[in-house]
Design a protein around this ligand. Structure first.
Ligand code: QUE
Length: 355
């Protein structure tokens, strides 16, 4: 047990609390490893019958991986050499994501507040995924020159109407109603009932408590995304990012223009890689998708690549210097070559030995 994680056992319920609220529960390596080892123990412990994972009721589940620390260690490494953490963090995180997909016992999660990136990787394989009116779900990695990972290649590509392609490329935020409508969430519980839900879960189990506290999806209000789904389907079904831009421009609507404007701020390399991963996901298992993402992540962190990685530049501009003015290379999606994509997806990262 570390101070950034709390584990409590109550009437057979294993409660997992992420407790790093000042960093919006961003996952660092000790948290990833702490979650894995506790869940391994609980899987083997007959006194534990189910799990409930949560972050902070005020702030949310988790903002993603602690990529700022990765950046600091990577830039501190001697030139041409690689900080071990840039491999080990993703390796261990994806292994945890895979382990969560194989849990033998019922697993529920509270997805209130911020639930982004690595937070989605923790939540997506829970059987009951509870959202509230504070929920903000996104895969925002293209904003930092990275790719939607933690299994997003699998779970975004299976969303209806190209919503996953749209989320992965633009980093669009979904609210509770949106998440319920596309299946990223399963239950709605109002924010002011979460405390009582937690109390009840410790008595009767999370499964029963969630079923009892959940309100109909309509209680989550209107899905803003619902009205945009035909547009998203028309434009984000293209297999090239330049074609998505072309279709958005031809739409002529303010919604389509706004989507293209957001894409103009994202890393072109990230968007091209994200689209390639989405289109590569068909027929692949969750774990195969994680392996592909691991290859690409290691390619992005490869210190021996001649071009500067957008990943470093993105983290620098968004999370370190906070100038929000990243200088991407290349700056046009058409200048990201098919060869680059092929090399990134087949980058010789080691195979993940899934637990
Ligand atoms: C895109 C991202 C991330 C992000 C912002 C983006 C991301 C991430 C964080 C984050 C937030 C708060 C923290 C922290 C990291 O922000 O993945 O350490 O305290 O983890 O625009 O992908």
């Amino acid at each position: 047990m570390t101070d950034t994680l709390n584990f409590t056992l109550s009437n057979g319920l294993g409660l997992i609390q992420l407790n790093r609220p000042r960093a919006l529960n961003a996952l660092d390596m000790s948290m990833v490893d702490g979650l894995t080892s506790q869940l391994q123990r609980w899987e083997a412990d007959d006194s534990v019958s189910q799990y409930l994972m949560m972050g902070s009721l005020e702030k949310g589940l988790c903002a993603g991986g602690d990529v700022k620390t990765l950046y600091m260690e990577a830039v501190a490494a001697p030139k041409g050499s690689k900080a071990a953490i840039t491999r080990d963090f993703f390796y261990n995180e994806y292994q945890l994501n895979a382990f969560l997909s194989d849990l033998k016992k019922p697993f529920s999660v509270l997805m209130n507040g911020v639930c982004m990136g690595g937070g989605m990787g923790l939540a997506i394989n829970a059987g009951k995924r509870v959202v509230s009116e504070t929920t903000k779900i996104a895969m925002p990695e293209t904003a930092i020159g990275f790719i939607p990972d933690v299994g997003a290649t699998y779970f975004l590509s299976r969303l209806p109407d190209q919503v996953g392609t749209y989320m992965g490329l633009t980093g669009a935020r979904l609210n509770a109603a949106d998440a319920l409508a596309v299946g990223l969430a399963t239950h709605f519980v109002p924010q002011d009932r979460l405390e009582a839900l937690l109390e009840a879960a410790g008595q009767e189990g999370a499964d029963t408590a969630i079923a009892r506290f959940a309100e109909p999806a309509e209680a989550a209000g209107p899905s803003e995304l619902a009205a945009q789904r035909p547009l998203i389907k028309r434009c984000f079904s293209a297999d090239r990012v330049s074609e998505i831009y072309h279709r958005l421009a031809n739409e002529g609507s303010s919604e389509a223009t706004a989507m293209a404007d957001v894409m103009q701020t994202r890393s072109p390399t990230s968007m091209v890689l994200a689209l390639a991963l989405q289109r590569n996901a068909e027929g692949r298992s969750f774990k195969e998708c994680l392996q592909l993402e691991f290859n690409v992540a290691q390619w992005l962190f490869d210190p021996n690549r001649p071009e500067k990685s957008d990943f470093f530049e993105g983290i620098r501009s968004v999370l370190v210097d906070k100038d929000h003015n990243p200088h991407w290379h290349p700056i046009q999606v058409d200048d990201v070559s098919p060869d680059t994509v092929a090399r990134a997806l087949s980058f010789p990262a080691d195979r993940i030995a899934f637990l």
